[in-house]
Ligand binder design. Structure first.
Ligand SMILES: [Zn+2]
Length: 282
């Protein structure tokens, strides 16, 4: 998709299946099962729709999917794709891992940061993109690496620690410009320093929502994930971000929707927001 002078593409970091109840929090099962289908284990299909932004100066990749380091057990639990779906998806658009200049991580959960590193021949986790700087909110980094007992399961250290060891880590503080045309929007909510990414070029715009609105089923402000750490904050920030897309006519880019990677939205009395038009991929 063209966005002003930029070219945007969906890069799949792999599909997987996750417990439906965990993705809809307090929404009753009888309600959420009306808008998405479940398998025989009560799981729903999730994409990891990462976004490649080609600005003309640099290739920027937003999020990296779950990568290739899952254990057999984890892979089975999630019915995750084998191999390296992220790298294969890049190959399909004619790029290699060496072509990525900047990787932006919305937050450091496994399904966003897993592809940031891969195992080398000796089984050591190393950065997947040898020439990239990896952009992470400093507060997210500090939280993820602190190994708090209550958050330990949410953060797999090999997904991101090698970035620091190799000197490729760029920590940012707040809503700063990442490269010209891309700006962080720290939303909190899902994690304390979760960031959405605002993309602007030639009078057009898009917002990569990350996990504050993981699918287009999650448009109602109250439809949140059970993993959201700051529930009230999320309920407040989500309509602000989605409302920005509506007011400016920007694309909303969704990471986990099983059907669509982008949509134009309008306000809606019943569900807060509704989809006007949607794209399966960018
Ligand atoms: Zn996620």
């Amino acid at each position: 998709m063209k966005l002003g002078d930029f070219e945007l593409r969906t890069i799949s970091g792999g599909n997987y299946w996750i417990d439906g109840g965990s993705m809809f929090g307090v929404v009753p099962r009888t309600v959420w099962t009306r808008c998405i289908s479940v398998d025989d284990k009560s799981r729903i299909l999730q994409r990891t729709s990462c976004v490649l932004v080609q600005t003309g100066r640099e290739n920027v990749l937003i999020d990296t999917g779950y990568g290739s380091k899952l254990t057999e057990k984890e892979r089975g639990n999630f019915s995750a794709e084998p191999g390296e779906p992220l790298v294969e998806s890049l190959t399909a658009v004619g790029l290699t891992v060496s072509d990525i200049d900047v990787v932006v991580l919305s937050h450091l959960h496994f399904d966003h940061a897993g592809g940031a590193t891969r195992f080398d021949e000796s089984g050591r986790a190393v950065p997947t993109f040898p020439n990239a700087s990896y952009v992470v909110q400093r507060h997210e980094w500090v939280t993820a690496t602190a190994e708090y007992p209550e958050l330990r399961a949410a953060y797999h250290q090999p997904n991101f620690l090698p970035l620091k060891d190799c000197g490729q880590l760029r920590l940012i503080d707040g809503n700063v410009e990442i490269v010209p045309g891309l700006r962080a929007w720290v939303t909190g909510g899902h994690t304390e320093a979760h960031q959405a990414i605002v993309i602007k070029s030639g009078g057009e715009g898009a917002i990569y929502l990350g996990d504050i609105c993981p699918t287009f089923r999650h448009l109602p402000s109250l439809w949140c994930i059970a993993y959201d750490l700051e529930l009230l904050k999320l309920r407040r920030i989500k309509p602000e971000v989605l409302g920005t897309c509506v007011d400016r006519g920007w694309w909303a880019l969704c990471d986990h929707d099983p059907d669509h990677a982008a949509a134009k939205l309008r306000r809606d009395d019943k569900r807060d927001f509704a989809v006007i038009e949607a794209l399966a991929k960018l």
